[in-house]
Write a protein that binds this ligand. Structure first.
Ligand code: COA
Length: 259
């Protein structure tokens, strides 16, 4: 894959993408953004990657946002062009398998938005999350103005975006910005344990379930419920659905194939 700033591993059904620029607090430069998209392409084609964990290297930061040094060197036209290519945020949000953000230290700006693009956010107590772009005279550009209010509500989203002040892990959990808070020393094990539970389930059912919940953020209720029924019948008609039901009745562990 030719990764410079990313480490990608797949083991025991769990893929891990580690953004690896700890000396720059894992800031998202053009290379990292491109490599995330490439890594997601490769993992989408890899059936061994049933669940994805996204994290940052070192203990200071998950990701400290877009690379501010690159901003300074770009014209507005270049910035627009760079935002019109394939977006790591959108590709991550649409990744058809469960995704977990494993957050230690700062998740700011694009780092917070990368976490928002994941399905579940697990934070260490050291985590600090926020959208500080306003301090630079800017605003979130990686989905923050859209995903944050969907997750934490209008008022809390605007508080974070308009003050630029980060919140700690406990407060992030209280407002729904992160889902689980654990001690720093337990972050890896607890995130992995969660991923393992999901990785043991039917890959097809996982994909359909995620599709259903994602649709809830976009569709009116009636349409969403109709969509859910179709997804349910698709799972019901699958080999995995049949296997899961049969295994329960036969009092044995199911063997899922993803079909
Ligand atoms: N873009 C580019 N470089 C960044 C960066 C970013 N978003 N965040 C951190 N860095 C770099 C620093 O410039 C510094 O580089 P240097 O050693 O070459 O001077 C290095 O990472 C370490 O940063 P430092 O500020 O010394 O680390 P810290 O642990 O004391 O503080 C932060 C960490 C994240 C609080 C602080 O770096 C920060 O506020 N970063 C910017 C966050 C931001 O505004 N993000 C939104 C961007 S739109």
């Amino acid at each position: 894959m030719g990764c410079e700033a990313l480490r990608v591993e797949v083991a025991d059904g769990i893929a891990t993408i580690t953004i690896d620029r700890p000396e720059k607090r894992n800031a998202l430069n053009a290379a990292v953004r491109r490599e995330i998209v490439e890594a997601l392409d490769a993992l989408r084609a890899d059936d061994a990657a049933r669940v994805l964990i996204v994290t940052g290297a070192g203990d200071r930061a998950f990701v400290a946002g877009a690379d501010i040094g690159e901003f300074a060197a770009r014209t507005p036209a270049e910035q627009r062009a760079s935002m019109q290519g394939r977006s790591p945020f959108e590709e991550l949000a649409a990744f058809p398998r469960p995704t977990l953000a494993m957050i230690r230290g700062y998740a700011l700006g694009g780092g917070c938005e990368l976490a928002l693009a994941c399905d579940i956010r697990v934070a260490a107590r050291s985590a600090r999350l926020g959208q500080p772009e306003i301090r630079l005279g800017l605003l979130p550009g990686g989905g923050g103005t859209q995903r944050l209010p969907r997750l934490v509500g209008y008022g809390q989203a605007l508080r974070l975006i308009l003050t630029g002040e980060p919140v700690d892990a406990e407060e992030a959990a209280r407002i729904g910005l992160v889902d689980i808070v654990v001690d720093d020393g337990e972050l890896g094990a607890r995130t992995r344990a969660l991923a393992e539970v999901m990785a043991a389930h039917s890959p097809l059912a996982l994909r359909l379930a995620k599709e259903g919940v994602r649709a809830a953020l976009e569709l009116p209720l009636g349409e969403g419920l109709r969509h859910e029924r179709e997804l349910f019948v698709t799972a019901f008609a699958s080999a995995d659905g049949m296997e899961g039901v049969r295994a329960f009745l036969e009092k044995r562990a199911p063997v899922f194939t993803g079909r």
